[in-house]
Design a binder for this molecule. Structure first.
Ligand code: AMP
Length: 401
């Protein structure tokens, strides 16, 4: 059920949002994307006259003692002012997540206003998925809405366990969650062909399950980034000092064989930009990816690979992109990633459906200024990958079951 299907008029509505925003040392918000993305649901609830209670985690606090630095550093109090600006309403804050003060604040909260609770991860019970803790939060509200796609793959108290304390007609998804799910499903269920996945990033081990699950769905898989070199070595290539996971060589071979069986074309970069040092000012040259001299490492896909990958992307009708093609944080090794970003944007203009599946590819598409030129940019890196890997997400299951 979605928030629009639930009667929330004049009700107390608890919304689990993902306000896990980056803060600088002065506790200023450096990127408010996650807050902005939660606004449609929050504004809808406010406009319906609901009294809105928001809960979220922020960062990974370790020292939970009442006076610890982590309690200050990871407090949601730093978000109150900006939340009030974004929502255009009064935001009340209590420096606890459960307990009598929170109950009092909730009891006096009026429709059209917001009560922000303190970081759910200030209680170990959150990550432990503790039912009593979840129940205490649930008692504050009539309706529970989960709009935190970024944490939907975690069986935490406020993201999954809490749902059981609300009747089925009093729990549902927020608008962001709904958009994320319908976009992920667009890709995993009957996408328009040709379907292409661009998979990059540092490690094969992180993406192995995703690759396995994508093979039956994809026509093409373009492999880039550090993970390409494990595949290249598995085929007998010399990869010099490039990133390699020797434990995964057999797995890489299996994946290539499986793809062949399924008629999915896996592309490895024909050439690479190599460097004699992992540094922005290293000496560089472009060589065949399977013939990298010792002492040199592949840090980006080369110009031939860029051409081939761009052509495949532009001919695709559906594209998933997860993970950069090289060390895009350094300009000398960023061309593969930014050209891929441009090709994805061009494919979108030509009518393709394109999904940027979280993590570093999101920061690459933002850095390239092309976020508005693709079909959908997911807010949930890990959650999106797990969904596409075919796993059940606890946060989704808890609402639907
Ligand atoms: P991931 O989090 O697995 O998506 O990996 C992203 C990271 O992989 C980025 O920080 C990139 O700098 C890094 N990366 C991409 N290509 C390479 C490469 N060829 N060698 C080493 N690191 C890479």
């Amino acid at each position: 059920m979605n928030i629009q299907d639930i009667n929330i008029k004049d009700k107390k509505v608890l919304i689990r949002v993902d306000f896990n925003v980056p803060l600088d040392p002065e506790r200023n918000i450096t990127d408010d994307t996650r807050m902005v993305k939660a606004m449609p649901t929050i504004k809808y609830a406010l406009a319906e006259g609901a009294a809105v209670i928001l809960c979220s985690h922020l960062g990974r606090p370790k020292d939970l003692n009442p006076k610890s630095d982590d309690r200050i550093k990871f407090s949601l109090s730093h978000l109150v002012f900006h939340l009030s600006e974004l929502s255009g309403t009064k935001v009340h804050f209590v420096d606890d997540t459960i307990g009598s003060e929170v109950v009092d604040a909730s009891n006096t909260l009026i429709g059209g206003e917001i009560l922000l609770l303190e970081n759910t991860r200030f209680y170990n019970e959150e990550k432990a998925g503790d039912a009593d803790f979840a129940k205490s939060i649930s008692e504050l509200a009539d309706v529970y809405i989960n709009d935190a796609f970024g944490t939907a793959h975690r069986a935490h108290a406020s993201t999954a366990i809490i749902a059981q304390f609300f009747d089925k007609d009093k729990r549902g998804f927020g608008m962001l969650m709904n958009a994320e799910l319908s976009n992920a499903r667009k890709l995993s269920q009957s996408p328009e062909h040709p379907v292409t996945a661009i998979i990059g990033g540092a490690k094969v081990s992180d993406k192995i399950q995703l690759l396995k699950n994508l093979i039956p769905v994809m026509d093409n898989i373009l492999v880039g980034g550090g993970m390409a070199y494990t595949f290249l070595k598995s085929q007998g290539g010399s990869i010099g000092n490039s990133l390699c996971e020797d434990d995964y060589l057999d797995m890489a071979r299996d994946i290539l064989a499986e793809a062949k069986k399924e008629n999915t074309k896996i592309y490895l970069p024909e050439d690479s930009v190599i460097a004699d040092n992992f540094a922005a000012d290293a000496n560089t040259k472009v060589v065949a990816s399977d013939n990298i001299p010792d002492g040199w490492m592949g840090l980006d896909i080369g110009s031939k690979a860029i051409q081939v990958y761009s052509d495949v992307i532009k001919l695709s009708k559906t594209v998933l992109w997860n993970g950069p093609m090289g060390v895009f944080e350094m300009e000398a090794f960023s061309k593969g990633t930014f050209t891929a970003a441009q090709a994805v944007a061009d494919a979108t203009t030509d009518g393709a459906y394109t999904l940027i599946g979280g993590g570093d590819s999101v920061s690459a598409i933002n850095k390239a200024g092309l976020a508005e030129k693709v079909s959908f940019v997911s807010t949930g890196g890990g959650a999106m990958l797990e969904f596409l890997e075919g796993k059940e997400l606890p946060g989704i299951e808890a609402i639907e079951s």
